[in-house]
Ligand binder design. Structure first.
Ligand SMILES: Nc1nc2c(c(=O)[nH]1)N[C@@H](CN(C=O)c1ccc(C(=O)N[C@@H](CCC(=O)O)C(=O)O)cc1)CN2
Length: 281
């Protein structure tokens, strides 16, 4: 079975549009983009388009690649203090000279629709999530929508990043899976991956997950955003070979990526509902 994140995201955005209309709110999302990385520019454009589609206003702050940490912090602080802004998102990665941790920590947790602030990550890890990072939350939504059970299952997450691997593991743990996190120093990685009922790959290497690393009938979730030798977008998983062995699999494109954006919209609506100083229609 192909887990169609694109179709699911369309459905969720339609539902959200109605919810926003019914609530009589006009939430605003602010994006902060530093530099001119073409992929980041494209993701920010996609986010603004999604906002327009569901009835969320969007404000784009663009800073030059040479911006200092102080300048990025000043932009975030202005947005923190702007009552009209329900959610703030700093597009990652930031240029190397900017202190990413300080910038993420500067976003008010109540406006942190990316769920990257330590307060929100702490709540997630304590089992009481508030804002959850969009990619892992989008994956949980896919699993739920397709009726994929997590309780008691062996889940293996390959990748330990703060934005995907770690929160993914916490969400699966909160959903009563038995979770293993693997990373570049993990020994016997293929053997561990073969134990997985649910395998999430967020390692960022094209064709890293081959069929011989996957248990027959496993659910395989591909978070990778890579390009193959012909420059074509692909995930971490050798999709053609692995789909024959998996019971369910997300494609790239059209799997996890669109759900990241749908979840961001949902988080922004949540932030707006909780934010007493959000502009009301
Ligand atoms: N502040 C953040 N930065 C980044 C995040 C994030 O969640 N918050 N995630 C990624 C990039 N990302 C969103 O920002 C993102 C990546 C991919 C997609 C997506 O829909 N991809 C499509 C393919 C698009 C294409 O043609 O290239 C798909 O997979 O079907 C959406 C969002 C890093 N930075």
């Amino acid at each position: 079975m192909i887990l169609d994140g694109k179709a699911l995201s369309e459905k969720r955005l339609e539902i959200l549009k109605e919810q926003i209309e019914d609530a009589g709110l006009y939430p605003h999302l602010a994006t902060v983009l530093v530099g001119q990385d073409p992929a980041s520019q494209m993701y920010v454009r996609m986010k603004h388009r999604a906002c327009e589609r569901v009835g969320i206003g969007s404000v784009g702050i663009e800073l030059p690649a040479e911006a200092t940490t102080q300048e990025v912090l000043a932009a975030v602080n202005r947005l923190n203090n702007d009552c009209d802004i329900a959610g703030i998102l700093v597009q990652l990665p930031l240029p190397a000279r900017v202190d990413t941790e300080r910038v993420i920590e500067a976003v008010l947790p109540a406006k942190d629709v990316d769920g990257f602030h330590p307060t929100n990550l702490g709540k997630l890890f304590s089992g009481h999530p508030a804002f959850v990072p969009c990619t892992p939350q989008g994956i949980m939504t896919i699993l739920a929508e397709y009726g994929i059970e997590t309780e008691g299952k062996n889940a293996v997450v390959v990748g330990r990043s703060v934005d995907v691997g770690r929160p993914m593991a916490a969400l699966l743990l909160n959903a009563n899976a038995t979770v293993t996190i693997c990373h570049s120093k993990t020994q016997n990685l293929p053997a561990i991956m073969r134990q997985a009922d649910i395998l999430v790959s967020a390692i960022g290497r094209a064709n890293f997950v081959r069929a011989d690393m996957v248990k027959e009938g496993a659910v395989v979730v591909d978070v990778g955003i890579n390009h193959d030798e012909n420059g074509k977008l692909c995930g971490d998983v050798d999709f053609e070979a692995v789909k024959e062995k998996a019971s369910a699999i997300t494609p790239v494109p059209g799997g996890v990526g669109p759900m990241t954006i749908a979840t961001l919209m949902e988080n922004t609506f949540r932030a707006a509902r909780a934010n007493s100083c959000t502009r009301v229609l």
